[in-house]
Write a protein that binds this ligand. Structure first.
Ligand SMILES: NC(=O)c1ccc[n+]([C@@H]2O[C@H](COP(=O)([O-])OP(=O)(O)OC[C@H]3O[C@@H](n4cnc5c(N)ncnc54)[C@H](O)[C@@H]3O)[C@@H](O)[C@H]2O)c1
Length: 333
């Protein structure tokens, strides 16, 4: 049995607790939260786990091989660092850290100690992500022109991270993962309406060296709950709508073609082809993420969402935050 501890038993940490408690060959030995009121209801359900309010018993227990950190964003760096320094493998929630220096230090410690450091970029474990990646890599979409994503709803309003840091790691990890390249310029606009200096709404733009573009709309102050990614390619267009219960992916055989006539020059024709809804077997992304963490712990394989990928995400977040402060000026990466 692999000994695991989950740190942070808040709204999202409870999902990690459930998923890790259900994995075969895993013993969820500790559940930790610095706020004891968060632990009260859990004892009855997870009676095989020890409930603790700090990391000390976890890091000093040799049975614990992996620590899952799902606490507030500002605690990710100190908690992960403490666990890595004693040789534990770590799965840390997004955002991995709140600045590039901390993120790079975490990656370096993990490399030096040969620990697994995986980041909770959940959408990479979504079955639709794999299909999108296949479509791009095989050329089915043609050349990707641009991508736009919408991650908006009302709440949860956080105090230690803004809408950019709370939501954008998901979109950024997907965009970087799909395109397999980094943007060269980032610009962003955002405003704080509810709490001072904590942006509730952000529009973030990424520009790539070859002219590809991505736009990300993030908000926790919006009447709609939207979780959508649209990719426009030169051959086809595709929409991943995670709010749809079953038909999450729609492939539009639509586009613009140039028709060449010898003596009449070049014409453009719009193509309105079929819309395909592939049948993709759904599985809970968090369960896939947890399975992958255990697999990496057992095989020492590098995670699909490793620390170095997360450092790239943090670099973009930092540049975007700088752009927001300066009213949207483009920041080169
Ligand atoms: N991957 C995803 O899809 C996803 C979804 C939601 C949240 N998250 C991330 O998960 C993290 C937690 O989010 P949440 O919604 O559960 O927040 P939350 O505020 O509901 O819970 C955070 C918990 O961490 C505890 N905590 C804070 N500092 C601690 C410390 N030093 N030691 C132990 N416990 C500590 C708090 O007491 C609280 O119970 C955030 O980083 C958030 O961005 C990820």
């Amino acid at each position: 049995m692999i000994g695991i501890a989950v740190v942070g038993a808040g709204a999202w940490g409870k999902n990690h607790i459930r998923v890790f408690s259900e994995l075969p060959n895993v013993h969820l030995k500790y559940i930790c939260d610095s706020d004891p009121s968060k632990l009260m209801d859990l004892q009855k359900i997870y009676y095989r786990s020890k409930l603790v309010d700090n990391l000390k018993p976890i890091i000093s227990d040799p049975d614990i091989k992996g620590v899952v950190i799902a606490s507030s964003a500002s605690s990710h760096f100190p908690l992960a660092k403490e666990a890595l320094l004693v040789g534990k493998d770590v799965l840390v929630e997004k955002p991995m850290a709140l600045n590039v220096g901390d993120a790079e230090e975490m990656a370096k410690i993990a490399e030096e100690r040969e620990c697994i450091l995986m980041v909770g970029h959940l959408l990479i474990y979504h079955p639709v992500f794999d299909r999108l990646k296949e479509m791009i890599d095989s050329g089915e979409l043609g050349r990707v022109h641009y991508i736009y994503t919408q991650r908006v709803n009302l709440g949860i309003i956080r105090q230690d991270e803004n809408a950019l840091w709370s939501f954008a790691p998901h979109d950024l990890s997907v965009i970087l993962g799909l395109l397999n390249e980094r943007p060269v310029v980032v610009s962003a606009h955002g405003e704080s309406y509810i709490q001072k200096n904590i942006e509730d709404v952000v529009f973030l733009s990424l520009h790539f060296a070859d002219g590809k573009m991505a736009n990300i709309h993030l908000s926790w102050l919006d009447p709609h709950k939207i979780r959508k990614i649209t990719i426009v390619g030169s051959k086809k267009m595709v929409v991943f709508d995670d709010m749809e219960v079953s038909e999450k992916l729609k492939i539009y055989d639509k586009g613009v073609s140039s028709l060449s006539y010898d003596s009449y020059g070049e014409y453009l024709s719009l193509r309105f082809g079929d819309i395909t809804i592939p049948n993709i077997k759904m599985a809970e992304p968090l369960r896939a993420e947890a399975d992958h963490f255990i697999h990496c712990m057992q095989t020492r394989a590098q995670p699909r969402t490793g620390a170095r990928d997360a450092v790239e995400v943090i670099k973009i977040l930092v540049a975007a935050q700088q752009s927001i402060k300066q009213k949207g000026i483009p920041i080169s990466l």
